[in-house]
Design a protein around this ligand. Structure first.
Ligand SMILES: [Zn+2]
Length: 99
């Protein structure tokens, strides 16, 4: 049986478009979605050994299109620093071969 991390990794390798943590959580029926962020950070490190990389479509503000640029942040920010909107589009992830 595959571990949760292996399943997430599989999904991110096969998907045609980036998936958010929420989508991964729903697809895999994971109880606590917050663990998905930890898994993603772990996967980002482990795929490097396979000459792949985890690409992140950064979270952005739904109102002013501000893009959250922090490279590390797997977690979804709660508020836009520019316009204070709380309409935040979640970051999404996909695994592709590294160039
Ligand atoms: Zn904004």
């Amino acid at each position: 049986m595959k571990t949760r991390r292996e399943k997430i990794k599989d999904l991110l390798e096969k998907t045609a478009q980036p998936l958010t943590a929420q989508e991964l959580c729903n697809i895999l029926e994971i109880q606590s979605c917050s663990t998905v962020y930890e898994d993603i950070e772990h996967i980002a490190q482990s795929v490097k050994a396979e000459e792949k990389e985890l690409l992140v479509r950064q979270a952005s503000c739904g109102k002013c299109n501000y893009v959250f640029s922090s490279r590390k942040a797997a977690k979804k920010p709660s508020k836009c620093p520019k316009c204070r909107s709380e309409w935040i589009l979640s970051p999404a992830y996909i695994i592709r071969a590294a160039r």
